[in-house]
Write a protein that binds this ligand. Structure first.
Ligand SMILES: [Zn+2]
Length: 555
């Protein structure tokens, strides 16, 4: 019903665009190379009117739409792609991290202490100071820290600093006092408060103890988060992202989005998936998805977790880990629960996306989705998030069911150094197997999972086509038969990502009638050398024909 309304509205606006010659275009991009994704590459000019692409073709056709108020950008042969789309990301999580002290890459604990001390000096009295990204493997001795030096340097602010992998945290003395953590605190199941020789807590909290700590920390208010969301959006636009996702949000984060959207249209498009938590779903499913005729903020998905992650051996495997013979990983959500939630989501018109990393995680996820769907139902556009390690028959089955593979190229290049240690050579055949997904007839929606990885989609494009790190290793690429072509990678970050969000009628390709979300590159991302692809400069980013980012010096 709502989809039908959107379609007829699109028809109306596209019809309106046909009369653009009379009124003049709002913007003309002239003399460019347009990688349309939907219809090959077009050399010529593009005209925008009322936020939509009104013309694409020979220069003369666009220039005939010049009016007194028409702005123009001379591309001088520069390449233009559709606005890039991250099909799996966590915008609010990224925004939250922007407000925390960045400790990544620091090479001693003293440097960590100094950076936190400087931040605390600027924080209001008694306020929590949060940091992220310390890694004792970079420090001399590689030992977990003890809070003592931190507590001496920052005595008056409670401090909490997370480790780079998100599986450990560090509190100072004021932080432990605020949370009432002392030598009498007991370790929870699956977690630890590390202790010194005398039995006193060192401030380091691991796994379930870390989770318990984080539940007690004060959350920033919507008003505090708003400037961070603006900054996060601006950072995304600066790297060519015009549409992102927020996979698995709670009620507080939804409120934040409402608060943001109530003030002004979001500066970029965000598709939100709800977390599988009650009472959130009990409240949302009967109400139905929230669609947006302006395609700025949409809530029409439910996100579930089949298992954990491969790095921490939480991914559920059918056979044990090769480097941990007793370990099959962790099943986070059982098949029955997943199937039941999926059935309710289906009845209510919601998409379902299931996080599945290991081959058993993917097997359980597909079993649950198939049970709820009753057979192939491509039109509902359900998704497996990550689809990272799969049996070959499950890759085929995913395609047959019409389930979209939502995958992150940079995960492959981040994990390639140790994935074989975890999995052994045989299971690698179905690991990060983008090309096998395509060959099976499946659809690839690409993303980054930021803030786990960088927000920058150029790194995703580079990883997708090279399967190498930024220094070009390993030569030829890791499992090179899974590399994508430039065109396939671009499609995964544009049209097929849009499809995975039900937005392919609005965005994702450069076609007359679509919203003019565009990226102008200084060099052509489909033609530069591999090594250049990861850093090809973005000159302009446009959302609905408005320049929302311009690189300094670009013209
Ligand atoms: Zn994620």
């Amino acid at each position: 019903m709502r989809i039908a309304v959107t379609v007829s509205l699109l028809g109306l606006l596209a019809g309106g665009a046909l009369s653009a010659a009379e009124d003049g275009a709002d913007l003309i991009l002239r003399h460019g190379v347009f990688h349309t994704v939907a219809g090959g590459t077009v050399e010529g000019s593009l005209a925008v009117r009322a936020g939509r692409i009104a013309f694409l073709g020979p220069d003369a056709g666009a220039l005939a739409m010049r009016g007194p108020k028409t702005a123009e950008i001379e591309l001088a042969g520069r390449a233009v792609t559709p606005g890039l789309i991250d099909a799996h990301s966590h915008l609010a999580g990224y925004a939250f991290e922007l407000g925390n002290v960045d400790l990544r890459g620091l090479e001693t604990f003293d440097q960590v202490v100094e950076r936190v001390r400087a931040a605390a000096a600027k924080a209001p009295a008694g306020a929590w100071v949060r940091g992220r990204g310390w890694d004792q493997n970079l420090w001399p001795g590689k030992q977990f820290p003890n809070h003592a030096a931190l507590s001496r340097a920052v005595p008056d602010h409670p401090v909490y600093l997370t480790r780079v992998d998100g599986h450990a945290g560090l509190l100072n003395a004021a932080g432990m006092a605020a949370l009432k953590i002392d030598r009498s605190t007991r370790d929870p199941e699956g977690g630890r408060y590390l202790r010194d020789a005398a039995g006193a807590p060192t401030g380091v909290v691991v796994d379930r103890a870390k989770e318990a700590v984080e539940l007690l920390l004060p959350q920033p208010s919507a008003a505090e988060m708003l400037p961070r969301m603006q900054e996060a959006a601006a950072n995304c636009l600066a790297v060519g992202l015009t549409t992102v996702t927020d996979m698995g949000v709670d009620a507080a984060t939804l409120e934040l989005y409402d608060h943001w959207a109530a003030r002004a249209p979001l500066p970029l498009r965000v598709a939100v998936f709800l977390a599988d938590i009650d009472p959130l779903l009990a409240e949302w499913l009967p109400r139905g998805p929230r669609l947006d005729p302006q395609a700025r903020l949409q809530v029409r998905g439910v996100k579930m977790y089949a298992d954990g992650a491969l790095g921490s051996r939480g991914a559920a495997l059918i056979e044990p880990y090769r480097d941990d013979a007793a370990n099959l990983g962790l099943s986070v959500t059982g098949e029955d629960h997943m199937a039941a939630v999926a059935a309710k989501a289906l009845a209510a018109g919601f998409q379902v996306g299931v996080h599945a990393i290991g081959d058993r995680g993917n097997l359980i996820a597909l079993d649950a989705l198939e049970r709820a769907l009753g057979g192939p139902r491509p039109e509902v556009r359900w998704r497996i998030e990550h689809a990272q390690v799969m049996r070959l028959q499950d890759i085929e089955r995913m395609a047959r069911l019409g389930v979209i593979a939502s995958m992150q190229p940079t995960h492959a290049t981040s994990d390639m150094g140790w994935a074989e240690e975890r999995l052994g050579p045989v299971r690698l055949a179905g690991a990060y197997a983008w090309r096998k997904v395509l060959r099976a007839g499946g659809r690839l929606a690409l993303g980054s999972d930021f803030p786990v990885e960088s927000i920058d989609p150029r790194l995703g494009l580079y990883a997708a086509v090279t399967r190498q790190d930024l220094r070009g290793n390993p030569p030829g690429g890791w499992l090179p038969e899974e590399r994508l072509t430039r065109e396939e990678a671009l499609r995964g970050f544009t049209l097929d990502a849009a499809y995975a969000l039900f937005w392919e009628r609005e965005i994702g390709s450069i076609e007359v009638g679509k919203r003019a979300d565009l990226v102008v590159f200084a060099n052509d991302p489909l033609r530069v050398a591999d090594a250049e692809l990861a850093r090809v400069p973005v000159d302009f980013t446009l959302v609905e024909g408005r320049v929302v980012y311009r690189r300094q010096g670009a013209r």
